[in-house]
Ligand binder design. Structure first.
Ligand code: 4NP
Length: 159
């Protein structure tokens, strides 16, 4: 398989996308693909730049064995479109914001919705858990685990 670079994108880069990054790194390592797949995350908003992931997401992810080691950063259209093969957005608003930044559409084959890779749940997007309780975080992790498996299948079968 050719080397691939994946960027997960949400709004704040402190809940959903760092969780997806942690899950995907764990899945790739378990398959011995951690040297071939580079994984990062970013937010469409810069408000939390430099922050560690939300402690609630860190705690829920840790219960499943995922360590979230990331500092929030804002998506940079000048560098991120060229750098990443798969730009995976969490909800429809993230998708809209990222596709709007791809002004001439030259990167549109690289921009995906996470829901596209989710097989076991009937979802259209990965909902923002920020104002939801415990169940919201657990639900996001369930959907992300499934989507990350689907994404890894796609990547490993495509080359
Ligand atoms: P995320 O969640 O996009 O999954 O990181 C959010 C985190 C922070 C905010 C919104 C969503 N916020 O408005 O500060």
């Amino acid at each position: 398989m050719d080397n691939k670079k994946i960027l997960f994108v949400c709004l704040g880069n402190i809940c959903r996308s760092p969780a997806a990054e942690g899950i995907m790194k764990s899945l790739a390592a378990n398959k011995g693909l951690d040297m071939q797949i580079a994984i990062d995350s970013a937010g469409t908003m810069g408000y939390h730049t430099g922050d560690s992931p939300d402690p609630r997401m860190v705690a829920h992810a840790a219960k499943r064995g995922y360590r979230l080691d990331h500092k929030a950063r804002k998506f940079d259209p000048k560098t991120d479109f060229d750098k990443f093969d798969f730009i995976i957005t969490m909800d429809n608003s993230n998708y809209k914001d990222i596709t709007a930044m791809d002004r001439d559409g030259s990167h549109k084959e690289r921009i995906f919705k996470m829901a596209h890779f989710v097989k076991s749940f009937d979802v259209d997007e990965v909902p923002d858990p920020y104002y939801l309780g415990t169940q919201g975080f657990e639900n996001v992790l369930n959907v992300l685990e499934d989507g990350c498996k689907g994404l890894l299948d796609t990547i490993t079968k495509s080359t």
